[in-house]
Design a protein around this ligand. Structure first.
Ligand code: FA5
Length: 354
């Protein structure tokens, strides 16, 4: 559309004024309809209605119009301003709603996009084996007791019939805190503590960390043990055998065989070391069992009457059994792991496999 130039003459003429207003309206209408973006609308608002806008300039000049013409020109100017404002508003609404549409479309939630993987932790394999084994004894009516890891020499050795300077102490390489205080070398230290506080019948397990100055592929300086003991009248070796058989069958399966080998522990008499048929080769002989078909799994025996004397029990009245096993050893067999040091290393690549 061809635009008429605006009359810029300072001399007042009614015709000139009305033509100017008409031209401003037409120009505004065309420019507003050609606008492409919200920013264009903003610019046009300034161009026509701003402080120095084209229509504003005409409104400002109203004072120079002869008095009788003012109302008519004023009305036309106001109508023109409303006209331009309403065109601007409509176009602005159109842009705003199309921008909203666009943003809603691009920001849509696609429920089929695969979610982000949030890794969750899990229990350490040693904790899992400890929990599983404890659960078996708890189901047999054993209660759980605890003892300190920094232990008196008395409970770790002396009360268990390891006299001071006795060669039997060399069986366990001990970390000494002082002459009378050690890092406990086994969970057997809990036996006399529990007996001092309780009268028979006792059916107890004690689990936790123990410490020995020992390190190679099958030995670490801090490891876990589970101790079990039962004291009452008429407890016999066959009770020990029955309990251990049930435990081994639940952990390694009902086809696992047990072998009791005579052994020595100062706090049990008789003592035995218990082997199970190799869970890797089923007893035919492999690297893990050194070709023998058997794997040593725990130490056990009938509680030595000297231990009852220390605890204040009558050895004529009571008998009982005790056993102790290494949790890492059981975990190694269960999961087929050939280096015990992997457990305390806590390498995530190792742990994530469980
Ligand atoms: C004892 O510790 C006895 N207290 C067990 C016991 C309890 C016997 C009650 C009789 C009655 P021993 O020193 O053999 O026994 O250790 C028991 C188990 O702990 C071993 O079979 C082995 O599996 C584990 N073990 C011993 N030393 C280490 C070590 N350095 N690292 C990892 N596991 C170990």
């Amino acid at each position: 559309m061809i635009q008429r130039p605006l009359i810029t003459s300072s001399k007042w003429s009614k015709k000139g004024m009305l033509n100017d207003i008409e031209s401003i309206k037409n120009l505004a209408r065309d420019e507003i309809s050609n606008a492409r973006r919200l920013q264009d609308i903003h610019n046009l608002k300034v161009k026509y209605l701003g402080k120095k806008g084209l229509l504003t300039a005409k409104l400002k000049s109203i004072g120079s119009i002869p008095g009788e013409e003012r109302p008519m020109v004023g009305r036309i100017l106001n109508e023109s301003r409303n006209f331009i404002e309403s065109l601007l508003r409509k176009q602005e609404d159109k842009f705003r709603s199309s921008e909203l549409d666009k943003s809603l479309r691009t920001r849509q939630i696609d429920v089929t996009v695969p979610g982000c993987f949030i890794p969750t932790g899990h229990l350490h394999p040693i904790t899992r084996v400890l929990d599983e084994i404890s659960g078996i004894f708890i189901s047999l009516g054993f209660t759980v007791e605890e003892g300190p890891e920094v232990e008196l020499d008395y409970y770790n050795f002396e009360a268990l019939n390891f006299p001071k300077d006795h060669p039997a102490r060399d069986m366990q390489d001990t970390f000494f805190i002082s002459d009378d205080v050690v890092l406990r070398t086994h969970t057997s230290s809990v036996q006399v503590r529990v007996m001092e506080r309780n009268s028979p019948p006792l059916r107890v397990i004690a689990t936790g960390k123990v410490y020995r100055c020992d390190a190679d592929v099958s030995h670490i300086p801090m490891f876990h043990q589970l101790e079990g003991f039962m004291v009452d009248r008429h407890i016999r070796f066959s009770d020990l055998k029955g309990v251990l058989e049930l435990f081994i069958h639940r952990v390694f399966g009902p086809d696992t065989s047990l072998r009791f080998r005579p052994s020595f522990f100062p706090f049990t008499e008789p003592s035995a070391e218990i082997d199970i048929s190799c869970v890797i080769c089923n007893g035919s002989g492999c690297n893990v069992c050194g070709g023998t078909g058997w794997i040593e799994i725990l130490g056990a025996g009938m509680i030595n009457p000297r231990v009852y004397e220390k605890a204040g029990y009558d050895p004529e009245l009571y008998t009982g059994f005790a056993f102790g096993l290494g949790i890492e050893r059981v975990a190694m067999l269960k999961y087929g792991i050939d280096d015990i040091r992997l457990f305390p290393e806590n390498d995530k690549r190792f742990l994530e496999q469980f």
